[in-house]
Each structure stands twice: as C-alpha cells, then as structure tokens.
Write a protein that binds this ligand. Structure first.
Ligand code: SAM
Length: 309
C-alpha cells in the first residue's frame, strides 16, 4: 500500500489530505469525501490531518492552512472549468497526473462522459485498492492509464479507448511543476495533436525557472519536508521553463493566464499574497482549441459549476 508514497507520488497524498481538510471546513470551496480514505490508507500519511480541528495552527499553519486552502481553491476552480467544458458539449476528459483526483466520482457529469486518468502504475494501483474498499461508483465512465508522462503515453491512452476525433477537456493539475522542460514541450505538443476542435486544456505552472533562496526557505517548504517527508523544492523541475501558453497560441488556441489570487478575490476566500511567497509564481492557464464545441468564457464566475455545498 505504500507504493504511492515514493517520489513524486507522495505529493498526491499531500493534495488529498488538503482536500480532506477542505471538505470539513464550514466554508469549503470544494468537497471530496473520498480524499480522507486515501490519506488514512497509506502508512506514510495515516497520521496526517484530515479535519481542520486536527491542524494545531489552524488557518495560520503554512501547510494545512494556507497551502491547503490553495489546493481547495484550485480544486474548485478546475471543477468549474471542467464542468463548463462538459456543459458546452465535451464528453471526454483526460486527467494528466490524475493522482488521487476523484472528479470521476464526485462531479455531476452529463450522460456519456468518459474520464481517463493517467498516472504511474504505483499511484493508480493504490488508488484502485482504496476505491474498491469504499465501493464508490463513478458518475462517468472511468478509465485508468498507467504511463510515464515524460515518455510516450499517447499509445496507452489510445489503447484505453481515447477518441481523437471527439473534443477533449484536458487537465494537468499539479503536474507540470515536476516535469522536465522537454517533457512539458512534448506533452503540450501531444495534447495539441490529439485535440479535436472545441477541446480545452487547463494546467498549473510556476512562472519562474527557480524560486529565490528566500522563497525556498519559506515555512511551507520546511513544513512539507520536515513533517511529511516531501522536499517540494527538490521535486520541482529546474531550469528554464518552456512557454507552453505561447506554443498553444501559436497552434491557434485561445489562452488566458491567471494568478490564483484572482480566484481568491472571485470566491471571497483562498490564499492571499505574503512576503517571500511560495505561491507568487503559480499560474493557472486555460486554453481552448478553435472549433464548434468550447467552454463558456474564462475565468469562472462565482456560483457556476461544482457544488461544494
Ligand atoms: C501533486 S500530485 C497532483 C495529483 C492530482 N492532479 C491532484 O491535483 O490531486 C502530482 C501527480 O503527478 C503524477 N506524476 C508526476 N510525474 C509523473 C510522470 N512522469 N508520469 C506520470 N505521473 C506523474 C504523480 O504521480 C502525482 O500523482
């Protein structure tokens, strides 16, 4: 059960724990009842918090407070984005680096929707073991694809039944930060090549080659390293990042780049800027291929899409 906890897979447990805590906040931005099951099931994370009252510092805690809220906001914004794509007619979703994402279970997908989840064999095996125990039933057809996203994953996706003639909503949430520049370039090119008109892509990135020494020493990174055994600054890919937004635009896609703080303002809750801010360089990018099927205009409007309750 601990294969998930090795290397970058452990970050999937971090995000799941943050979503578990968010689920139980009275003003939750998103709710994911399955998140807690994953955290409890892996020996590496069994002792991590899954409720706000288990976080001693509360909202002031750099890890489960501020970063946790960031993950809650990110979940909500990307839920809304995917549901907008579905409302516009997209029926095929691909989660790149799906980790312990449970959108195939918790979102209200239209009839006929297929959700493909791509991640490593270890992460997907752990996820399936936990899901089987809970008896949870997906609200869309769910297909898992074990592949290394640094290599050629497109064949495995095709074998899982991916239809390149149908518009697709692609999502890379918390993935590109960990991919070498060349792998990101190949991944964006593959997404473009496989995208029928009306497809959408949302992804997260850090808009810097490397964060400053002051930011790398930020309490959130220290806490992740010391409390969870996750050295995020060591896991992040280094070196000059590709300009994927420009590559998409050059291919005819409409691209908008947003700071997460725009969505904090939109929802009235979420992280706010701070000195030596580990979130300052984070961006959420929304792209849409030209064509008949496409989502409503971005960014999201409050109240649309997911139902955090
Ligand atoms: C921070 S987690 C995010 C998971 C999920 N998207 C979410 O937001 O909850 C990063 C995920 O990317 C996956 N990942 C990172 N590099 C990968 C690679 N080269 N191939 C496949 N999956 C990868 C990890 O296994 C992990 O599940």
């Amino acid at each position: 059960m601990d294969g998930v906890a090795a290397g970058v897979g452990r970050t999937a447990l971090l995000v799941a724990a943050a979503r578990a805590v968010e689920t139980h906040r009275p003003d939750a931005l998103a709710r994911d009842p399955l998140a807690e099951q994953f955290v409890r099931a892996a020996p590496a994370s069994a002792g991590w918090p899954v409720r706000p009252e288990q976080v001693p510092g509360g909202a002031a805690d750099p890890l489960w407070g501020r970063l946790g809220r960031y993950f809650g906001l990110r979940t909500r914004v990307l839920d809304d984005h995917l549901l907008r794509s579905a409302a516009a007619g997209v029926r095929q979703v691909v989660l790149l680096g799906a980790g312990l994402d449970t959108r195939a279970f918790r979102l209200d997908w239209p009839v006929g929707c297929v959700v493909h989840e791509i991640d490593t064999e270890q992460v997907l095996t752990f996820k399936q073991t936990v899901l089987d125990r809970t008896g949870a039933r997906p609200s869309a057809a769910r297909r898992t694809v074990a592949a290394d996203l640094r290599g050629d994953w497109t064949g495995a996706l095709a074998r899982a039944g991916f239809d390149r003639t149908a518009p697709t909503a692609w999502l890379a949430e918390g993935l590109l930060l960990y991919l070498p520049a060349d792998a990101e370039r190949r991944l964006i090119a593959a997404v473009q090549a496989l995208s029928a008109p009306g497809s959408t892509l949302a992804y997260e990135l850090k808009e810097v080659a490397a964060e400053s020494a002051a930011i790398r020493a930020a309490p959130v990174y220290v806490a992740a390293r010391e409390r969870l055994g996750i050295d995020l600054t060591a896991l992040f890919a280094t070196g000059r990042r590709p300009d994927s937004a420009a590559a998409l635009a050059a291919g005819g896609w409409t691209v908008t780049v947003h700071s997460p703080y725009e969505f904090t303002a939109l929802h009235g809750r979420g992280p706010r800027p701070e000195p030596d801010d580990a979130l300052a360089a984070n961006r959420w990018v929304f792209a849409e291929a030209a064509g008949a099927v496409g989502p409503a205009e971005l960014p999201a409007v409050p109240g649309s899409g997911s139902r955090p309750g």
